[in-house]
Ligand binder design. Structure first.
Ligand code: 2AM
Ligand code: CA
Length: 276
């Protein structure tokens, strides 16, 4: 692939979308709900996605694009879009705002996430935090960087010294007594954070700011760029049972690698893998 050109296009698109998002944080927004009161979209999500699409299509008119705000809600639309993405010679996977709930509330933890896959294999991942102006960039086989400097996952070997992050599923994604496992797991680790943007939390695992991240029922656009960041920063990504990651994985675990098997065991023990 023409890495540098594709990387440049991703960075330009993320910069423009990031500016739009930053300029609108404290403005009133038109908020609509998708599948539930916890599943939100704003006019800025849609405008940011359109802007990113335009950049990509101008440079690469024949590339496939999977964007959160362009997929028909519901399982069927998603299954179809995912199959197309996995087969395409080049497919971009875009989340214009990962952390929309935070954006709506003005809680400054959200990002633009852009990934490129070739026949289902991740080649490029960009996570841009427009508030802190932090650029997390990974290219397959070339490592991961934060604002141009190489990053590595953290060194913790034991769960007792590990800081994990996760997220609570949107209500429509099921609320059950299994959620209590979250609190059981808390006893196994140093502590747990939830912050509402899977893409950014994965970037934090890559940068060694978190030991690991898991969450159930995420979509490919929430995680694709972050997955490559963690892998290229020396970490490990799988489903929550420890099986290899592919673009269809919805229950995800990403760690520094050293605590990966311990975390899988702890998730199983506390019933928090999402497969229960
Ligand atoms: P979003 O902000 O792009 O919607 C937070 O726990 C994570 O869950 C975020 O990455 C958020 O992405 C994602 N998320 C929110 N609602 C979701 C839904 N209905 N299905 C899957 N992921 C969702
Ligand atoms: Ca989003």
């Amino acid at each position: 692939m023409e890495e540098s050109r594709e990387r440049d296009v991703a960075l330009t698109a993320a910069r423009d979308a990031g500016k739009l998002i930053r300029d609108n944080v404290n403005q009133s927004k038109r908020v609509s709900t998708k599948t539930s009161e916890s599943d939100l979209v704003t006019d800025i999500d849609k405008r940011a996605e359109a802007l990113i699409r335009n950049h990509i299509l101008q440079a690469f008119p024949d590339h496939n694009i999977l964007g959160e705000e362009s997929v028909e809600p519901g399982t069927e639309g998603l299954t179809h879009a995912l199959a197309e993405t996995q087969e395409a010679r080049h497919s971009w996977i875009i989340d214009p705002i990962d952390g929309t709930t935070n954006f709506v509330h003005g809680f400054p933890f959200f990002c633009v996430s852009i990934a490129l896959a070739e026949r289902g294999e991740l080649k490029l991942g960009v996570v841009y935090d427009p508030i802190r102006d932090e650029w997390f960039v990974a290219e397959k086989g070339k490592g991961a960087t934060l604002n141009g400097e190489p990053i590595r996952v953290s060194q913790e070997k034991a769960l007792s010294e590990s800081l994990l992050a996760s997220g609570f599923p949107a209500v429509a994604r099921g609320r059950s007594k299994k959620d209590n496992g979250f609190f059981d797991l808390r006893r196994e680790v140093r502590n747990i954070r939830t912050a509402g943007s899977a893409a950014m939390l994965l970037a934090y695992v890559a940068a060694g700011r978190l030991s690991g991240f898991w969450e159930i029922d995420l979509n490919v656009w929430d995680v694709a760029a972050g997955v490559l960041l963690v892998e290229e920063a020396g970490g490990r990504v799988s489903d929550t049972l420890g099986r290899p990651y592919d673009l269809s994985v919805r229950h995800i675990l990403a760690t520094n690698g050293l605590i990966h098997d311990h975390t899988v065991n702890a998730l199983k023990k506390t019933g928090t893998t999402g497969f229960e």
